[in-house]
Ligand binder design. Structure first.
Ligand SMILES: [Mn+2]
Length: 356
């Protein structure tokens, strides 16, 4: 498996490629182009420029996260075909510069949700936190301002101001879309895109819903083992695969992450793994935490052991870290704690391999 690090390109990250290169065991970055509106083609010039910048730093760019799916595709509108054509063009251009895996999601309106971006843990670090009653009482139309205040000046992927401004209308548009209909819309997308992904050699890897349950009355489908199975069965191809995010799926204590690694990874359907820990509280509440098993509710050793047991050959990355040592960075995406997480995960990996 290859260890990677998420990096936001073209001036959108406080972390530099030079810093990432110095994290022990790092093979490459997982990146994206935030400046292109959802639904537009990523031009070959921009993709090449990105690849050249990453290569010059001595890092690989084999995973992209994310090329977002236009709402018209998710809503199943007649205009979706145009956006699907653009999506395929993106896959083609990314393939041309050596991209092997494309992480994306099929979450309506919002990529992820938390009630706080700077929640203080007892150790004085700051993390993203989720309190279900607070999220239920959030006014979606006011989120643009709240997020701008809390995000230390960074535009958060999935929470772009433009998108947030349209929230009330978008939520309304999903009112009559059932979960079954939503799976149908996903199948339409997959039936068009997966053959292209096969042709260009880019494995699609859907990210689970974060958190893995419905919010704001929106249909959410990537939430548990059965729904992941259903999604992967919509179009049976190795190229219709999964980004297994331990923290997203693991927010629901009923999800058995090592078992999912063994089931879906064992079939060659997991191409990318996000590794982070969460602390479960009452009900659906949770905080993000440091990566160590002893500091959260997930057993990271068992997850890594499952990856070793299935001889996982894809990409992993430390997911969100705490904000520590007075770092000012995009919430969840500071340098320090994610670097500590990477070292810890590689340590687990080495120990498991030597004990095999
Ligand atoms: Mn993730």
């Amino acid at each position: 498996m290859k260890m990677t690090f998420r990096w936001f390109a073209f001036g959108h990250d406080s972390v530099t490629l030079k810093q990432i290169k110095q994290i022990p065991g790092m093979s490459g970055v997982v990146t994206s182009i935030l400046d292109i509106p959802v639904g537009e083609v990523w031009p070959i010039e921009a993709v090449t420029r990105l690849k050249d910048e990453v290569s010059a730093a001595g890092l690989e760019m084999e995973v992209i996260e994310s090329v977002n799916v236009h709402e018209d595709i998710k809503l199943g509108l007649p205009t979706r075909d145009k956006y699907i054509d653009n999506y395929i063009e993106c896959i083609k251009n990314l393939s041309a510069v050596g991209v092997k895996v494309l992480c994306y999601n099929f979450m309506p309106v919002l990529d992820w949700a938390r009630s706080e971006l700077n929640y203080e843990l007892p150790d004085g670090s700051f993390v993203l936190s989720y309190r279900h009653d607070k999220v239920l009482n959030m006014d979606p139309s006011s989120m643009a301002d709240k997020t701008a205040n809390d995000s230390m000046g960074f535009e958060l992927p999935g929470w772009e101001p433009e998108r947030l401004k349209q929230m009330p209308q978008l939520i309304e548009a999903y009112k009559n879309i059932s979960v079954d209909q939503y799976f149908e819309n996903a199948k339409y997308f997959l039936d068009a895109v997966i053959p292209a992904a096969e042709k260009y050699g880019v494995k699609m890897a859907i990210h689970p819903d974060d958190p893995p349950w419905p919010i704001f009355g929106l249909p959410r489908i990537m939430t548990n083992r059965d729904n992941v199975r259903r999604f992967l069965d919509l179009h049976k191809s190795e190229y219709n695969g999964l980004t297994l995010c331990s923290g997203s799926l693991g927010a629901n204590r009923d999800n058995d992450i090592p078992a999912m690694v063994r089931e879906f990874g064992g079939e060659g359907r997991v191409h990318f793994v996000h590794l982070r820990n969460v602390i479960h509280h009452e009900g659906l509440d949770f905080d993000e935490s440091a990566h160590l098993s002893r500091l959260g509710s997930l057993d990271m050793y068992e997850i890594m052991k499952a990856l070793v047991d299935i001889d996982f050959k894809g990409y992993i990355r430390p997911d969100h870290g705490r904000m520590i040592w007075d770092e000012v960075a995009r919430p969840g995406y500071g340098l320090y704690d994610r670097a500590l997480g990477a070292a810890y995960l590689l340590g687990l990996h080495e120990a498991i391999m030597k004990n095999k």
